[in-house]
Design a protein around this ligand. Structure first.
Ligand SMILES: *[C@@H]1O[C@H](CO)[C@@H](O)[C@H](O)[C@H]1NC(C)=O
Ligand SMILES: *[C@@H]1O[C@H](CO)[C@@H](O)[C@H](O)[C@H]1NC(C)=O
Length: 312
């Protein structure tokens, strides 16, 4: 094609038009790199290494792990009860040695915490999802599962549903773990400390993959976890309120009823029960409740765990 040469009379030539278009495109993609996604900005902020954040369009956030650093974000507010969901697409290809975590946690030495930890693996080997629950500063309640899909190929929904009677971990709305309130038999349940929502990616090759035998191969860095669809549907707890006032604010009353206080939402429905039993039968690879080497006496909460039983 014969492009007209740059004109000097103020008319934009075809060639200059394309140069301008290229410039606009470059500027808008640069803007995309420095801006953030509106939903992420509304709810979250980076906790460290904001130079390891990549914003794509206005809905996808990527965090990268390289030899110099991982990255992390946290919610701007703290919450009690409700449901928190993010869509995550985990590190593709070789993710051995890396851990990507999505969790809720309160502060202090007697903190509570609900964890999803995604343990990377060598190319072609399956990711492992580890969940854990800390109550009053004590964890040691690990469960591990593999998934019924490859979590590095597409975005999937990971949710934590926190109810005064149960904590439920969900993958694409399928419950994969329930931690029930057993206060009636004297077991403490996390329901009086507001929690933040967190995520991070870091190098954990001392333990993550095949017990630490497979190390991070830095020649495959950067390792990138992608996020979108940030949703927090929970009771927000102002930092200025005392803990007991937050409990009061986040309990349903005559004036205000929270959606999770529907009587039916305090336990799994029949369909969800069947889903959980299916997950436990087909995808669970470790459960602290049955680790007799670690816990010679079965933890009391495990003895009362309804989903240990397989229904016929
Ligand atoms: C995740 O949730 C969103 C919003 O509800 C939905 O559009 C999407 O299909 C879900 N993704 C999967 C893999 O289920
Ligand atoms: C990695 O793959 C190996 C072999 O398939 C498997 O035994 C292991 O559980 C996988 N996950 C982790 C985190 O090691």
């Amino acid at each position: 094609m014969n492009l007209p040469m740059a004109s000097s009379n103020g008319v934009i030539s075809v060639r200059n038009f394309w140069v301008l278009m290229g410039l606009c495109f470059a500027l808008s993609s640069m803007a995309g790199m420095v801006q953030s996604t509106p939903k992420f900005d509304e709810l979250f902020q980076p906790t460290f290494a904001s130079d390891h954040f990549i914003y794509e369009g206005d809905d996808v956030l990527k965090m990268k792990l390289d030899y110099t650093s991982g990255a992390g974000f946290q919610s701007k507010s703290k919450y009690m009860f409700g449901k928190v969901t993010v869509q995550i697409k985990l590190v593709e290809g070789d993710s051995a040695g890396t851990v990507t975590a999505f969790y809720m946690s309160s502060d202090g030495p007697t903190h509570n915490e609900f964890d999803f930890e995604f343990l990377g693996n060598s190319t072609g080997e399956p990711y492992v999802v580890q969940t854990n629950v800390y109550v009053n500063g004590v964890g040691n309640r690990e469960q591990r599962l593999n998934l019924w899909f490859d979590p590095s190929k597409d975005f999937h929904n990971y949710s934590i549903y926190w109810h005064p009677r149960q904590v439920v971990f969900l993958v694409d709305d399928t419950p994969v773990r329930v931690h029930s309130n057993l206060e009636h038999i004297g077991i403490p349940f996390p329901k009086d400390q507001a929690m933040g929502v967190y995520s991070s990616i870091w190098n954990a090759d001392d333990w993550a993959t095949q017990g630490g035998r497979v190390k991070t191969d830095w020649s495959h860095a950067p390792f990138i976890a992608s996020y979108k669809g940030f949703q927090i549907d929970a009771c927000e707890c102002p930092a200025t309120l005392a803990a007991s006032d937050n409990v009061k604010k986040c309990s349903s009353s005559n004036e205000k009823k929270y959606w999770w206080d529907e009587p039916t939402l305090g336990e799994l429905n029949l369909h969800q029960n069947h889903q959980l039993i299916w997950v436990r039968a087909n995808h669970m690879i470790y459960d602290y409740c049955s680790d007799t080497a670690r816990f010679p006496a079965t933890p009391l909460e495990c003895q009362h765990h309804r989903h240990q039983l397989k229904l016929n």
